[in-house]
Design a protein around this ligand. Structure first.
Ligand SMILES: Nc1ncnc2c1ncn2[C@@H]1O[C@H](COP(=O)(O)OP(=O)(O)OP(=O)(O)O)[C@@H](O)[C@H]1O
Ligand SMILES: [Mg+2]
Length: 451
């Protein structure tokens, strides 16, 4: 990868606008505290466009809201120009995924609303709102109501409402993900133009996104969070601006590397991204297996697709072909890896020999192969099966297992882990489950023997 030669930004200065120091955030769960952000330190400099990536639930939105002063850290501090932040950050305006416009207000009034907190004369408010509307390409729609606008136009109002306050830092939480592909593309390009031409008063941008391609196309710097708990896993420079606009080899390489990183939560970041800042926290090694919550049909569908593609496909291409967001692809790749059907290798998903056999098998054989793998590779299924074998009536109540799972997982996650194991185990016909009674049991005598 050729990211060594990249400069961070055309405009990047050294001023620190915003800084998180050792920010930790817990949320109160039902009967335990859940650690969402673990010791996050991050600086946002003047001139930087930073993209924040990470799996679902890794705390991206929480971190963004913490930096915006909307969420108070459990410990640690947020500093704005060196001053400790206490309450909403006045230097920040946020664009959300959902447009959150007031349906009874016109475009102009919706935009002006951004200025209500500032004590400005009415004339001045109007002048600024019109300028923001103009800047973002909403000219002529001042008097329209939200319901008359397309999704893309509504999001433009969202941008205008954020920019009208002339925020020093513009925050965006998945601003393009509710838009159709072309509209999103269009708006991204326009945002990049405004940013590079410096037509916005904004000095820094922080964007949360799921979309690796989007992050690479826009940002000067890419920060990747790891999940459970949210920690900074990688912090790397993006592409120089000309390479961002032109989707050439460097673009593909960086997208590919980020895919590889995010599909290998246990990998050493330096092995995948040589430009990553050293000393970042690796993903936590867990002494127990964590099942991804994916349906069997999706797992077998992925295997079938890979077989048709000749047994190997670039993860990035795979996501596009299956029309999956990275967040939907990641658990699937984990699932097939746990079952030994395919592995993630050098940014590709590759069928194993076993995966090939599985793809070629008919339904009956498929189940048999799946049963074999599930018993060998899925700890929880192995455990359920073993417990059923030793139980006198070949059945037991799920609470026995739930309690044990709750030692490692939140209550909700323990439930989901068990549900996934039950789902897979039932498909493999390794055991049966009575939803009402909450019991697991062997359906017939013959499967109670070793398979
Ligand atoms: N107000 C809250 N109370 C309790 N738990 C919360 C709250 N907000 C978020 N969480 C939990 O914190 C974790 C991180 O959530 P967050 O929304 O920050 O993640 P994210 O990375 O933005 O995820 P996504 O990609 O799905 O938007 C999740 O497990 C979520 O359930
Ligand atoms: Mg989020």
């Amino acid at each position: 990868m050729n990211t060594n030669s990249t400069s961070t930004s055309v405009t990047a200065g050294q001023d620190v606008i915003l800084a998180a120091r050792d920010v930790t955030k817990y949320y109160e769960g039902k009967d335990q505290r859940i650690l969402v952000l673990d010791s996050i330190s991050l600086e946002l400099h003047s001139g930087e466009f930073v993209a924040l990536l990470g799996p679902s639930g890794s705390g991206k939105s929480t971190l963004l809201r913490t930096l915006a002063g909307l969420v108070r850290p459990s410990s640690g501090d947020v500093f704005v120009h060196g001053q400790s932040l206490d309450g909403p950050n006045a230097q920040v305006a946020i664009v959300f995924q959902s447009f959150a416009l007031y349906p009874w207000l016109t475009v102009l009034d919706n935009v002006e609303l951004g200025l209500l907190a500032k004590e400005l004369p009415r004339q001045e408010r109007r002048r600024r709102a019109l300028a923001a509307i103009d800047l973002i390409g909403l000219d002529g729609f001042e008097d329209a109501y939200p319901k008359e606008l397309s999704g893309g136009m509504k999001q433009r109002v969202g941008f205008a409402r954020a920019l009208v306050v002339e925020p020093e830092a513009l925050f965006m939480d998945e601003p393009f993900s509710a838009l159709d592909v072309l509209t999103a593309q269009n708006l991204r390009e326009q945002l990049l133009d405004l940013w590079t031409e410096q037509s916005m008063p904004t000095r820094a941008i922080l964007m949360v996104t799921h979309n690796i391609d989007e992050a690479v196309s826009l940002a000067d710097r890419l920060v990747v969070l790891a999940a459970d708990p949210g920690r900074i896993r990688a912090d790397i420079p993006g592409l120089p601006i000309d390479l961002r606009r032109r989707k050439g080899a460097e673009h593909t390489e960086l997208v590919d590397a980020l895919y590889r990183l995010m599909t290998s939560p246990q990998a050493r970041v330096e092995d995948i991204l040589p430009t990553a800042q050293p000393g970042r926290a690796p993903a936590i090694q867990r002494p127990y297996q964590v099942l991804p919550h994916v349906a069997i049909g999706d797992l077998t569908g992925l295997v079938g697709h890979l077989a048709q593609a000749g047994g190997r496909q670039d993860l990035y291409v795979l996501a596009r072909n299956l029309q999956l967001e990275l967040d939907d692809l990641l658990p699937l790749v984990e699932g097939v890896a746990i079952l030994g059907l395919a592995v993630a290798e050098e940014g590709d998903a590759v069928l194993t020999d076993f995966g090939r056999r599985f793809a070629d098998a008919d339904v009956l054989e498929e189940k048999e192969l799946f049963r074999e793998q599930a018993l060998d590779n899925v700890e929880l299924i192995h455990q359920i099966f073993g417990k059923l074998q030793v139980s006198p009536d070949h059945s037991f109540h799920e609470d026995d297992l739930l309690e044990q799972l709750q030692e490692n997982f939140s209550d909700a996650e323990a439930r989901r882990q068990l549900d996934t194991a039950i789902d897979w185990g039932r498909y493999a016909e390794l055991f049966a489950y009575d939803d009402d009674a909450g019991t697991l049991y062997f359906e017939t005598e013959d499967v109670s023997h070793d398979p």
